[in-house]
Design a protein around this ligand. Structure first.
Ligand code: NAD
Length: 352
């Protein structure tokens, strides 16, 4: 990446797709898991705040900022479950990385694809640390935009090689299986959540509904299961029956945000939870035995997006999959912003 300070590299959706294709989807997921792992290991060095959410009847628009004192990142992301029926994405995003020293942006990028990648990488990281080591079978409930990424990340990072998929819309399950046909996983479409859970070591719920849903009921969850619940990520939007939470050891990203948005919004504010970064750094225990039910109540946190932006910036050092955007007004004399416009006016006149 070689450019002046006035222009900012911008990764479009097309360039993001090409970059991921050139690198390989599984390599991208593996590398992102490593970047998130690295940042979770230096968790205290991040500036953290629950995301800033603007709720409306049909969805939410959120800003997710964080900084490690050297770089600053934020993501704009929406969540509109009803969008899918109108032919629109439930989740779309873009994000930015900036230099804390000058405040100047250094990278602007689409983040719809990057969010799917980093969400899957985060599930994989949680699964790696919390699931039973002999886990091989994943039940995937909800076969929408996130689903294939979730399955592939668990395959790549955790050695999951059997997949059981359930979606209320059979066409979504068929799409998921078809997209993963080259993955080498043994796959089955199931006709209910109950069936999908049969013999599963890990379950990932990634459904979209703006309500207190019960995608998993207590009788579906056997001892030893690891659950990644990623679709419950807003006030009033959950996926698990409360009884499951009461039987599980619960792990979260950032409690202050998860208590507002996660499955644990159903519990008392004092209910004990563990933080994933503390498991990764060995400050607290993860899974304690093979019968324990572990639950990663994943809502998506700004540090994961920061890791993804950092990863992308590093990729652009050897890839030309970006455009340069003229989004920083930078006159030769910093105080002469007005004069810069006047000089441009003259130039325009001379061109006429
Ligand atoms: P999507 O709309 O593309 O797919 C959702 C799928 O869930 C659809 O195929 C739908 O038919 C299915 N579904 C709905 N209700 C169901 C039910 N009761 N049982 C089985 N399937 C059901 O959405 P997406 O982009 O895949 O996102 C899935 C969820 O993950 C959303 O709720 C989104 O907000 C959330 N999400 C979380 C994170 C995070 O970091 N935790 C990141 C991205 C998305």
């Amino acid at each position: 990446m070689d450019h002046g300070i006035n222009t900012v590299p911008f990764v479009s959706v097309e360039n993001m797709m090409r970059l991921v294709i050139e690198l390989g989807m599984e390599t991208a997921l593996y590398e992102l898991t490593e970047y998130i792992d690295e940042d979770f290991r230096r968790w205290p060095s991040f500036d953290k705040t629950p995301r800033v959410a603007s709720h409306s009847t049909d969805g939410v628009i959120e800003l997710m900022p964080t900084s490690d004192g050297i770089d600053y990142g934020f993501k704009y992301v929406n969540g509109h479950p009803k969008n899918m029926k109108d032919g629109l994405q439930t989740v779309t995003a873009f994000g930015l990385l900036a230099d804390v020293n000058t405040g100047y942006p250094v990278l602007l990028t689409e983040m719809t694809i990057l969010t799917a990648l980093r969400t899957a990488a985060t599930s994989a990281l949680a699964t790696k640390f919390l699931a039973r080591k002999d886990s091989r079978t994943l039940a995937l409930i909800g076969a929408g935009a996130q689903s294939e990424f979730q399955a592939l990340a668990l395959k790549t990072v955790c050695g999951i090689d059997r997949l059981r998929v359930f979606d209320i819309d059979p066409a979504a399950s068929r799409k998921c299986i078809a997209n993963l046909s080259q993955s080498g996983m043994e796959m089955k479409i199931c006709s209910s959540g109950h069936e999908a859970l049969e013999g599963a070591d890990v379950v990932t719920t990634c459904t979209a509904d703006k309500q207190y849903a019960t995608i998993l009921t207590d009788n579906m969850v056997g001892n030893g299961l690891h659950i990644n619940a990623i679709g419950g990520d807003c006030p009033g939007k959950t996926e698990l029956h409360k009884d499951i939470l009461l039987r599980s050891e619960i792990f979260v990203e950032y409690p202050e945000q998860t208590r507002i948005e996660g499955e644990i919004q159903q519990l008392d504010a004092e209910h004990p939870v563990k933080e994933l970064w503390e498991v990764i750094t060995g400050r607290t225990t993860g899974r304690e035995n093979d019968r324990q039910i572990t639950l990663f109540d994943g809502v998506g946190f700004a540090v994961e997006d920061f890791s993804a932006l950092r990863w992308l910036r590093d990729k652009l050092k050897t890839s030309s999959r970006y455009d340069l955007l003229d989004i920083i007004a930078d006159p030769d004399d910093p105080r002469d912003l007005f004069g810069m416009i006047q000089r441009e006016k003259l130039r325009m006149k001379n061109l006429d």
